[in-house]
Design a protein around this ligand. Sequence first.
Ligand SMILES: Nc1ncnc2c1ncn2[C@@H]1O[C@H](COP(=O)(O)OP(=O)(O)OP(=O)(O)O)[C@@H](O)[C@H]1O
Ligand SMILES: O=P(O)(O)OC[C@H]1O[C@H](OP(=O)(O)OP(=O)(O)O)[C@H](O)[C@@H]1O
Ligand SMILES: [Mg+2]
Length: 286
Amino acid sequence: METIIRIAVQKSGRLSEDSLALLKECGIKFYNGGGKLKSPSTNFPIEFLFLRDDDIPGYVADGVADIGIVGENELVEKNKEVKTLHKLGFSKCRLSLAIPKSQAYAGLEYFNGKNIATSYPRILGNYLSENNIQAEIHEISGSVEIAPSIGLAEGICDIVSSGSTLMMNGLKEVEKIFNSEAVLISNKDLTAEKQAIIEKLLFRINAVQTGKSNRYVLLNAPNESLEKITALIPGMKSPTILPLAEEGWSSVHSVIPEDQFWEVIEELKGAGAQGILVVPIEKMVI
Ligand SMILES: Nc1ncnc2c1ncn2[C@@H]1O[C@H](COP(=O)(O)OP(=O)(O)OP(=O)(O)O)[C@@H](O)[C@H]1O
Ligand SMILES: O=P(O)(O)OC[C@H]1O[C@H](OP(=O)(O)OP(=O)(O)O)[C@H](O)[C@@H]1O
Ligand SMILES: [Mg+2]
């Protein structure tokens, strides 16, 4: 029988859309919809399990799923024996302590003797004990930001991204305690056949991620500027240079890191480049 791997992904929520989009960009076809919680791919040896994110570390540790996509916050909180294979760069957020806006805050000692509501008692508990703070942790599973306004707790520790949920609930962020993003995790004890499939998947994920973090640049340049311009955009190996129909001019093609392109483009213009095009890259294998 053909070996397949099982991947646990969040059924719906803050991780699911980007997790499924990444796997689709890796060329993996699958059916997702109609409430089906287990679905095989039609063109890659992988089967999808659509689950609550809280359960993903446990399922992967137990071997029910071979790999999974989960937030680092949930992974550390659940403290299961799994391997982290790769950071995925989406669902970036942080766990923070927050208190009512009206309260004065001078430092962590504020929380001594206070009651803090959270869905992350392990991460919070470790943080408080590392900082010698004696506070009571009140575990709740959701809508944590409501706790101070209904008298359940004096502070909270919850996920923050834009900060708008805190603001809308009259709270202010006073300490950032943990940074998180989505990660690919795996069971610790997989057969060589399963590991080979996972290697194939990781190769594809890398190609997608490297493509996203780079841009393809095309420009025209007078031949006398070519040396300066190619030094600015050295590319993967070296830039491609093709003669234009107009005498004395060339077309230069290269790759630049996405986070540098505004700066580099200014320098390219300064060096005499014209007709600069910047194009997204779908996949890139170095
Ligand atoms: N506002 C946000 N911005 C970015 N990432 C977030 C945000 N909120 C949560 N996350 C990340 O996405 C994960 C899933 O968040 P979500 O709110 O969907 O969880 P949930 O309500 O517990 O879902 P489930 O129903 O699967 O248990 C979180 O554990 C965190 O890693
Ligand atoms: O800082 P912000 O950008 O406002 O994001 C933070 C909020 O996002 C998440 O909740 P979500 O909206 O996913 O709803 P949930 O409570 O159903 O998980 C999280 O639990 C916070 O409440
Ligand atoms: Mg959850």
